[in-house]
Write a protein that binds this ligand. Sequence first.
Ligand SMILES: Cc1cc2nc3c(=O)[nH]c(=O)nc-3n(C[C@H](O)[C@H](O)[C@H](O)COP(=O)(O)OP(=O)(O)OC[C@H]3O[C@@H](n4cnc5c(N)ncnc54)[C@H](O)[C@@H]3O)c2cc1C
Length: 527
Amino acid sequence: VQAFDFIIVGAGSAGCVLANRLSKASNGKNGARVLLLEAGKPDTHPLMRIPAGFSKLYRSQFDWNFSTNPQTALRSRSLYWPRGKTLGGSSSINAMIYVRGHRQDYDGWQLPGWSYDEVLPVFKQMEDFFAGPSHYHGAGGELRVEPAYATGLTDAFIEAGQAAGLAHNPDFNGASQDGVGHFHTTIRGGERWSAADAFLKPVLGRPNLLTMTGVQVERVIFEPDGGSQRAVGVAYKLNGIEFIARAEQAVVLSAGAVQSPQLLMLSGIGPADHLRQHELEVVFDAPNVGQNLQDHLALPVIYRAQNTNTLDGADNPLQLARYLWNKSGPLASNIAEGGGFVRLAPNAIAPDLQFHFAAAFFSNHGFDKAKGQMFSIGPTLLQPESRGSIRLRSNLVTDAPIIDPCYGQAPIDLLILRAGLRLAREIAASPPLAGLQRGEFQPGADKNSDSALLEYVRRSCQTIYHPTSSCRMGLDSGSVVDERLAVRGVSGLYVADASVMPTVVRGNTNAPTMMIAEQASRWLLGQ
Ligand SMILES: Cc1cc2nc3c(=O)[nH]c(=O)nc-3n(C[C@H](O)[C@H](O)[C@H](O)COP(=O)(O)OP(=O)(O)OC[C@H]3O[C@@H](n4cnc5c(N)ncnc54)[C@H](O)[C@@H]3O)c2cc1C
């Protein structure tokens, strides 16, 4: 048994921020003793550094390689769900887009400490924005944010969006989210800048921080404390031998939207019937653990490109040499270089659809291949009404939980994607993009009726990798964690990661998750 002040489970986007902040010395006091436990191996693969290489890490040893159960509304397809399994977690295999979400997301949560005006300074404090500080951006923080590498086709998409009536937006994290523009990215000098790069690696030498990789935590350990139970540590196995690490102040679960609820349930916190079904002792009956799961769905409209200015061939020897020489060229591209946010519903108070544009053929996570130069416009559903769940498959941590996002359970979700497809076609038919394409490749211009397009949505949509909300934060007793991220029903246990978002934000979820961890660290340190 080893003793620490804090134990953090999972060195992903959230866990790396927590490890940095909780182990930091301040006001002349030594930093707390922190143990960071990560199931994956170190983030040493060279493709993690090269932005354009991210999808090559799919189904590698750095990916949990989850799948959903068959989705009824999606013609019973099981969808592939990549999740990072390494230092940096999903931020080490993601597409590096830096979007914080809409003001309305945070104000809509209606939780003390989480309004947009309260979280904006937190985002800014963590950030090192390439253009320096402003009302909306910070400088000098650990998280480098730079403009995405842009191919000419991405510029053309942005111009075409304007020709189709959308505003140009140079900064989706600025005063307004609406419009089309280039994304900002968590890339530094042409290389991925993951949560591990920004927050963990610079502090690995702290004597009070112990980081262990290849350690999959099995459960939280509790001891009676007055009338309730207190989290006092975690159990994990190494080479088949069980070890226990003790936490004198708190255990923080940062295992992500799939595995934080799994760990809570394996530790006896979850729906009592479900736990008993798996022969688990019930520590606290929490029916909503694993419920309220949300995600962003997307699918592409793909065009044949007129010229060869796509990212196809980005990894040819010349470009590889260029990248190795000075980290420039198309290998420095995060593929989804530009996009936009639009409102389709007549009375939408904020965007309900996002576009991801790629100067490449991008279908089925990049697993499908096609000959020739192509570009893809990907409408993305921002505010799903469907709610899914994470449930245990067995009482073993090594068995992936049952992931049921219930995609399309609310029919409106699929209708918004269909409307997004039509708008994507309008943009592709506008100058200058219209002159740069040679016709629609997928789904194909002949698929134009409402029913044919809806069928394409059902058969082709995929996750854009933003699962959240399976350990919902709230003020009500039915929420899993309170507004300071403490797990209800026990003491000494916290969840800080994408799973606590009450609703998924309108945008990509990496920056919001790191902000959540920053907030958690302040409260855990009593600041
Ligand atoms: C392919 C892909 C592309 C994406 N693209 C973008 C993008 O461009 N922009 C953006 O903003 N967001 C993107 N996202 C989403 C974003 O990266 C995630 O929302 C964010 O990283 C989630 O952070 P997290 O801390 O909740 O979980 P994660 O970062 O997934 O971290 C969880 C960590 O816990 C570890 N773990 C799990 N169980 C255990 C256990 N029992 N014991 C020990 N360790 C455990 C995991 O191995 C992992 O390292 C993408 C995600 C993916 C997968």
